[in-house]
Ligand binder design. Structure first.
Ligand SMILES: NC(=O)c1ccc[n+]([C@@H]2O[C@H](COP(=O)([O-])OP(=O)(O)OC[C@H]3O[C@@H](n4cnc5c(N)ncnc54)[C@H](OP(=O)(O)O)[C@@H]3O)[C@@H](O)[C@H]2O)c1
Length: 327
């Protein structure tokens, strides 16, 4: 395994494995025995960066979520897991009632929700401190200062380690970080967005984000990361939920003329490198210009082994250039 630092404050930053593990479906679609086997193997391979949310996976049973955090709590207790594993969770997108969704009935990012939902996540995870807590989606009804202060208070109190943000317009991230900096408060250090090798269309509503594509990594987000080297991009759904090997899983956002050219480059490089296309995608993210941590989910140990194999796959400059240029 290889490692990188996340966080800008030397007092709170953490060293995490370059490959993160998504636990979104653990405890719902992925049963407990399989999930424990995946977690154990990931840790045995040196992995220590696990991702969940207070709303995972509410859509699986029409509830409000929490199964993934609860499963991670049971796994932590049964394995005696301590500080060495960084578990990131999120709040803000938990549906307020069973049978509803984050799209129109999310808990939001008021100071009250931040405090109470973080407390519930700590209970489910069985953790005194949340290692990394993200604002999952935007809440434009809560004053931004209130959100910024609400998150910062938890860090100052010691119940949260680092802060992150997901699926926000870049200008909102910058505004929140500027507010925090001006007040001498901790701000968002980790940015979690969808990012992969294939590029989605951003001019049509995505099925994940009916109001647009705030979840996708855009040129604007990349330019922000370039200007702010202390930030880390955590790339969710890097394997397009299996779409590189199961084209029927590719969402309509990828149905555009740029896709075949990029798939061709990917297949060429995979053949030359003696690797799989999934491994080339992850290796391309791992070794690029910006610090990117791929956050992949898996449903079998075989998939996990394949993904772990990407950590030691070094692409040549020429291969990287070819992959970058394909469009
Ligand atoms: N911040 C956000 O809003 C947000 C949104 C979505 C996800 N996330 C996070 O990102 C994590 C990953 O997201 P994701 O599950 O949507 O996407 P993903 O990692 O791209 O896809 C995971 C799925 O891809 C397939 N897969 C994985 N490795 C494979 C391999 N080596 N060969 C073939 N198929 C493979 C499996 O599908 P099968 O099980 O069907 O085989 C697996 O369940 C989640 O667990 C969650 O923590 C965050």
């Amino acid at each position: 395994m290889k490692y990188r630092m996340i966080g800008s404050d030397p007092a709170t930053r953490r060293e995490v494995s370059v490959l993160a593990l998504g636990a979104m479906l653990f405890g719902s679609q992925t049963d407990e025995k399989t999930a424990f086997a995946l977690l154990d193997r990931y840790v045995e391979a040196g992995g220590n960066f696990i991702d969940t949310s207070d709303n995972y996976a509410f859509w699986a049973d029409g509830g409000q979520g929490g199964q993934s955090e609860e499963l991670l709590g049971r796994w932590r207790r049964s394995r005696g897991v301590g500080d060495e594993i960084v578990i990131a969770t999120k709040l803000g997108a938990r549906p307020l009632a069973p049978g509803t969704s984050y799209v129109d009935n999310a808990e939001g990012l008021s100071a009250k929700v931040i405090r109470e939902s973080a407390e519930r996540s700590r209970e489910r995870l069985g953790a005194e401190r949340l290692d990394l807590l993200y604002a999952h989606i935007e809440d434009r009804t809560a004053p931004l200062r209130e959100t910024v202060e609400g998150f910062a208070e938890l860090v100052v109190e010691g119940t949260v380690g680092l802060l992150g943000v997901s699926n926000h317009a870049v200008w909102r991230v910058e505004r929140a970080r500027a507010l925090a900096a001006a007040a001498g408060l901790p701000g968002y250090d980790v940015l979690q967005y969808h990012h992969s090798y294939l590029r989605p269309r951003t001019d049509i509503p995505g099925d994940l984000w009916p109001d647009g594509t705030l979840g996708a990594t855009t040129a604007e987000l990349l330019s922000y990361l370039e200007a702010e080297p202390e930030l880390t991009l955590v790339a969710y759904s890097p394997l397009l939920t299996g779409g590189y090997v199961r084209p029927d899983k590719l969402r309509p956002d990828y149905d555009h003329p740029g896709t075949p050219a990029r798939l061709k480059a990917l297949e060429e490089v995979a053949r030359e490198a003696g690797a799989t296309v999934n491994q080339v995608v992850l290796a391309w993210q791992l070794g690029g210009r910006f610090p990117i941590v791929p956050l992949a989910g898996v449903s079998s140990v075989a998939q996990l082994e394949e993904n772990l194999g990407a950590v030691d796959l070094e692409l040549t400059e020429e291969q990287r250039g070819r992959l970058d240029a394909a469009h």
